[in-house]
Design a protein. Structure first.
Length: 236
């Protein structure tokens, strides 16, 4: 029986079968199979067939892992999304204050009277900030202005970029007419290129230096309540 199994294994190997394929029909230990086949040579075409099969198996495994990752990620995101629930106006007030703390321009001693300037490339973040300005800070729409910043290598995509931000921020295109170009440094290996690059948008509010100072106070109030610092030094 052993000699018959060995002969069958050798014949299958000569046909270009892989170890895993042979083990499906020859019920022996892999170590035994390896010993039987160590002197069995393969032709170039058989070697190419085995290599192609290994690559195909690797691709199938990669595709399966990718699908598992996508499904797992979607499940986590959907579950986490439900945990948020309804956001109150006070919660929006806190969200907007911290957003500006992270991404907005602060008043400096060297530049007193600075107004609101909030810059980002994430449409969702920009829309939340606009909602905060209108519903929490009660800023009139005519006081809000937009500037678009693009790398100069995308100067042929201005129309496309303006349309994108108009739809994303739900504002008319004429309010996005100010487009500025940033010089591209040759030594910089930039990743944000191609058809999915739409630059940055800066939101500015006229006559808003008082609001900047209020935000500074709100941020300090947040850190005081959370006891993030032992001293009373202002952080913004």
């Amino acid at each position: 029986m052993t000699s018959l199994l060995k002969e069958k294994a050798i014949n299958l190997r000569k046909e270009g079968c892989s170890y895993s394929e042979i083990l499906k029909v020859v019920p022996v230990a892999k170590s035994t199979l390896s010993m039987w086949l160590r002197d069995v040579g393969l032709s170039k075409s058989q070697q190419q067939r085995l290599t192609a099969k290994k690559l195909a198996a690797g691709k199938r495994g990669g595709a399966a892992r990718k699908e598992i990752r996508i499904n797992t990620t979607a499940e986590i995101v959907n579950r986490s999304k439900k945990q948020i629930g309804v956001i109150s106006k006070r919660e929006l007030f806190l969200i907007g204050s911290v957003l500006y703390w992270a991404e907005g321009t602060k008043e400096k001693e060297t530049a007193p009277g600075s107004g609101i300037q909030f810059t980002n490339s994430d449409p969702k973040m920009l829309r939340i900030f606009l909602l905060w300005l209108g519903s929490v800070c009660m800023i009139e729409e005519e006081k809000i202005h937009f500037q678009v910043y693009l790398h100069e290598t995308n100067n042929n995509r201005v129309r496309e970029v303006v349309e994108y931000w108009s739809k994303s921020l739900r504002v008319t295109e004429d309010r996005l007419s100010k487009v500025y170009f940033k010089r591209n440094k040759v030594s910089t290996n930039r990743k944000n290129t191609g058809e999915y690059y739409f630059g940055l948008v800066r939101i500015k509010v006229r006559g808003s230096s008082g609001l900047v100072r209020s935000i500074s106070g709100w941020v300090n109030g947040i850190t005081d309540q959370l006891k993030c610092f032992d001293d009373e030094k202002e952080i913004m």
